[in-house]
Design a binder for this molecule. Sequence first.
Ligand code: NAP
Length: 313
Amino acid sequence: MEKVKTLIIGSGPAGYTAAIYAARADLKPVVYEGLQPGGQLTITTDVENFPGYPEGKMGPEIMDDIRQQALRFEADIRTGMITKVDFSKRPFVCTADDGKIIEAESVIIATGASARWLGIKGEDEYSGYGVSACATCDGFFYRGKTVAVIGGGDTAAEDAQYLAKISKKVYLIHRRDELRASKAVQQRVFETENIEMVWDSVPVEIVGEQQGFVKAVNGVVVKNVKTEEQKTIEIDGVFVAIGHNPNTRTFREFVELNEQGYIKTIPGTTKTNIPGVFAAGDVQDPNYRQAVIAAGSGCMAALDAERFLNENR
Ligand code: NAP
């Protein structure tokens, strides 16, 4: 059994920033990085809106910078996941995937959010064989090919533009007749010659062929929600960009969630319903979901944890 003052679960901008502040406050934070060390920014390319990088910088490099900063103040950053928690009494008992048990006087949850999937036929079957949720990771494989992007938000619109530079043609398939993406991004999509909009349409099946162990997507069946008409669009790859789900499964039994499944925090703070447990970053943010905001709330969580520990010695 290991005793820690502050356990940070997750390692995006929120987790690492919390680690910087907690380490500087001498809380000797232990960070479990989780499945995707560095979080969602590690699967993006150029980030142009994170302050401090006037020329923009690659997402993974920004995350490495923040991580190095946390290490400089001797945050104990570990590879691994917290798979079980007991927040019913303090100190909180948390179990890591290697079986290690940690007793934490305070916990900061910064587990972020993960890509949402369509749940249609063919999606699982062709996952990794033409179905992806990360254009910047897998776009490279579609040089000169035809792809579809599903969704109408900023991610889908940006993915479509990114893929349009690599691929021959991009179909942007959206279930309504207007995009949710910001106006500037929409404008660029509409001005890109090799992006074709497929409005009012939902994908109902991803189809492909299999020869021996080799399988590949060759089409997506879409249904027009107004006319009910179905058609198959011939493509070589499908990129699903329909938003994210907050990663709260491990904490659900104890921590209150809102109706969308995000952790509820007391407005203006990172306090959850359990004194001593704080939440920062996308796991508690259904509105902004920006790296800089996650970093800011990571700072808040560390300050909230420090105050809590001072008041509850
Ligand atoms: P989002 O804004 O939630 O958009 C998700 C899109 O997927 C929506 O258009 C939605 O349709 C569609 N959708 C959801 N479920 C679907 C389903 N089952 N079938 C078909 N379509 C479905 O998610 P996001 O684009 O990932 O963006 C998340 C947040 O990050 C947003 O706040 C966004 O502004 C931000 N973001 C910012 C940047 C940037 O600033 N550079 C880049 C990327 C993302 P409806 O429109 O009909 O709901």
